[in-house]
Design a protein around this ligand. Structure first.
Ligand code: GUN
Ligand code: ZN
Length: 433
């Protein structure tokens, strides 16, 4: 289905982009234009249809009418190996890991199984308008090779790393401090900064890593400070109580990472729901990223992330599905869940804030907001075209819309892959038409 596009493409539609973070700059941060121009996989111009047609008379024109054209969605925390166990019933975090996750992750020692799931995962996410993801793999190097190979074939900008675990996981799903270091270092050398790939140093979470392993990951990160480091933090209260027994001398959950050099600007801390005051202030001081995974937090029963309070304090925050703890591959559904969770915390997130989180915000959390997550000259042409009347229920709800936000919000709340009219990766149409 992919068509490579030598030459110039001119796309017409309602082009939504941001000049700043709407949480701090307000509605003025969002702009609507009529057209954009793509050359060599990059956006070269955004503006009025008339001016861009005049300036690019030989461009191939695709007119999306009243559909929205946005940067593709950026999913900042996923587990692609959990694709097949999404929507598994009835467990909370630790039981869910033991009952569903670990048995499935065991299968990724088999390269061809890993390749099959990686390709299925990219098919599903692209059909949901997601163009970039930051994924955990499994402990198996094969799972990392399968992921990066599939992404490279599709030319997608991605982040991922080998998940490291040397305790509290079943036989066959444990490495050691040394082998985790060696395998991670080798995979990093193989994949980091190759094309659009970035390697992420990935200790799963403190309960499944010994002090020695966390120290080894800290050492590896110190040797490769341009890499990101991802892990989980304070997702459920039972998990936090367990961490306290496993690390009796740590000041708090964050300290189990911090004292091994695993806290800093390139850290991506998934969930971060039950933060103590010291943790909030250290995370802010270090400018580490927090990744909000709202469908996961409600599905596994974890708790309510404090988006309003943490954004107001100035935290760097991205949005993510956390598949398969999360219950959807769709960033539209994820925005809806973020809205609902924030409502329960007393803050109604504006559609511009939700959209920014799913695009530019996640890109900023991944330190890639100069490349992806927005529409501007010079950015990579990863785009999603969204039909704002994709179902009868949504179409009738938008009939009286008086501005773009009223027109967009029903799609945020009720939209799914039927709303995704087209997805472009590096200027090439990879889904829809
Ligand atoms: N904490 C440690 N591992 C996982 C995981 O795979 N999913 C979620 N939601 N939380 C975790
Ligand atoms: Zn996760």
């Amino acid at each position: 289905m992919t068509h490579l596009s030598p030459g110039t493409d001119l796309l017409l539609g309602q082009v939504l982009h941001f000049t700043a973070d709407p949480f701090t700059a307000g509605l003025g941060a969002a702009r609507l234009d009529e057209a954009l121009v793509i050359e060599n996989g990059h956006i070269v111009a955004v503006g009025s249809a008339e001016a861009l047609r005049r300036q690019h008379p030989r461009a191939r024109v695709t007119d999306y009418g009243s559909a929205l054209i946005s940067a593709g969605f950026v999913d900042a925390h996923v587990h692609y190996p959990q694709t097949a166990i999404i929507a598994s019933w009835g467990k909370r975090l630790i039981d869910w890991l033991n009952s569903y996750t670990f048995p499935e992750e065991m299968r990724f020692s088999n390269l061809s199984y890993a390749q099959d799931v990686a390709n299925r995962y990219f098919d599903l996410t692209v059909s949901n308008g997601t163009t970039s993801v930051c994924s955990y793999c499994t402990i198996h190097p094969e799972s990392v090779d399968a992921f990066f190979t599939a992404a490279a074939t599709r030319n997608q900008r991605v982040w991922a790393g080998k998940t490291c675990m040397d305790r509290n996981a079943p036989e066959g799903l444990r490495d050691t401090a040394q082998s985790a270091y060696d395998d991670s270092a080798r995979l990093l050398a193989k994949w980091h900064a190759q094309g659009r790939a970035s390697y992420v140093i990935t200790p799963r979470f403190s309960p499944t890593s010994s002090e020695e392993q966390l120290a080894a990951m800290g050492a590896l990160w110190a040797e490769h400070p341009d890499c990101l480091m991802q892990t989980h933090l304070s997702e459920q209260t039972d998990e936090i109580a367990w961490v306290k027994t496993l690390f009796p001398t740590a000041r708090d959950y964050l300290d189990t990472y911090e004292r091994h050099g695993l806290l800093g600007k390139g850290a991506l801390l998934g969930h971060a729901i039950w933060l103590e005051e010291r943790e909030r202030s250290r995370i802010l001081e270090t400018d580490a990223g927090l990744i909000h995974c709202p469908t996961s937090n409600t599905f596994i029963g974890s708790g309510l992330f404090d988006m309003g309070g943490l954004k107001a304090a100035g935290h760097r925050i991205g949005l993510a599905t956390d598949t398969g703890g999360g219950s959807s591959f769709s960033m539209l559904r994820t925005m809806a869940a973020a809205y609902e969770v924030a409502q329960l915390k007393g803050r109604a997130l504006h559609p511009s804030e939700l959209w920014w989180l799913a695009t530019a915000g996640s890109a900023r959390a991944l330190h890639a907001d100069h490349q992806i997550g927005n529409i501007a000259a010079g950015m990579e042409a990863d785009l999603v075209v969204v039909d704002l009347a994709s179902t009868p229920a949504i179409a009738q709800a938008t009939r009286r819309a008086e501005d773009i936000w009223q027109a967009l919000f029903p799609t945020i709340m009720m939209g799914d892959d039927r709303a995704i009219r087209a997805t472009y990766v590096a200027g090439a149409l990879v889904h829809g038409g």
